[in-house]
Design a protein around this ligand. Sequence first.
Ligand code: NAD
Ligand code: DAU
Length: 337
Amino acid sequence: MKLFVTGGAGFIGSNFVLYWLCHHPDDIIVNYDALTYAGNLENIKELEGNSHHIFVRGDICDAVLVEQSMKACDMVVHFAAESHVDRSIMDPSAFVKTNVLGTQVLLDAAKKIGVQRFHHVSTDEVFGSLDLGSSEKFNESTSYSPHSPYSASKAGSDHLVRAYADTYGLPITITNCSNNYGPYQFPEKLFGLAITNILEEKKVPVYTPGNQVRDWLFVEDHCRAIELVLLKGKVGETYCVGGLTKDVTNMEIVKMILSLMGKGEDVIELVKDRPGHDVRYAIDWTKIQKELGWEPTVILEQGLQKTVEWYTTHQEWWKNIKSGSYTTYYEKQYTQR
Ligand code: NAD
Ligand code: DAU
């Protein structure tokens, strides 16, 4: 099988490409990525010289290059996106361009080429926010209520994907998953930022009041879920994918990381909250469990340990990132607010 993977030099995309070629070594992956600030060839360095991995640097909005690169591919797995909520609040335009227009360009190419499957990787953020303290969870029938420019653009992309299925019969599947964590996550997101700041002896910014809740999913569990959806999932279906956490607050997460790293809580700095901040996410992953036999396997304590170890032993990787334009972003986000 030949897969056309977008965003395969980013966090989840690179984990997926490495996972897939490890478990399906006879397949070929065309890895199409624009290498924005979040894309990094270091993530897929171990694939250098592997003839089953073809890297194409390109923008998903470039219809000509997309069509040319997707030719003869059987399946599309679409990860490429602007993915960071705080950046979408600073400047939404790139989010609409890549996440909405870029997805439409890919859908057009997939329709023209006649792929067997277009799999769209989406997020639980499209569903909005749950009440703190409630036991409610998002599932496949939860209605959409996005609050940030990022989640609104992802919601737009989900609607387009379903519209191409309904209108043109494109064989699609969608996964809406919760917060991923693990190796190769860009250190602007909570886990990578907290761990690397601690390693740099810096403060750890927690958005006030720190009681917000996310559903944490170890990235390899997510890759397995996508694998199952591609191999056994029903065309036209959506699957919600979540982790094994039970309502852990951001403050508790940071304290767990500090304890694992043997550091005191005095480095925690409560900073101004994110505008429009969703307070609670939780995923009901019963459908994918019942229909495809998937369930998450990595508990938070175990995943955190692995993630801390990874950042501790890959300091060159994140130190290269935490310089240049990252510094400008960090100052704008955390100093000037
Ligand atoms: P990321 O920001 O780490 O990586 C995004 C990748 O897409 C980068 O390699 C970047 O270079 C590439 N890219 C961006 N714009 C592009 C364009 N115009 N053309 C081609 N490539 C482009 O993102 P991630 O965290 O790995 O997320 C991957 C996907 O999963 C996204 O669609 C995101 O919405 C979704 N998702 C992420 C999470 C999470 O917790 N990280 C959770 C749910 C869903
Ligand atoms: O839920 C899935 C989503 O998870 C994905 O769709 C997004 O692409 C991904 O970025 C992630 O979004 P979040 O906004 O939930 O992730 P982030 O790591 O930015 O923040 C997690 C929580 O931690 C959130 O409540 C905000 C808080 N936070 C974040 C940062 C960066 C802090 O308290 N301090 C911080 O410095």
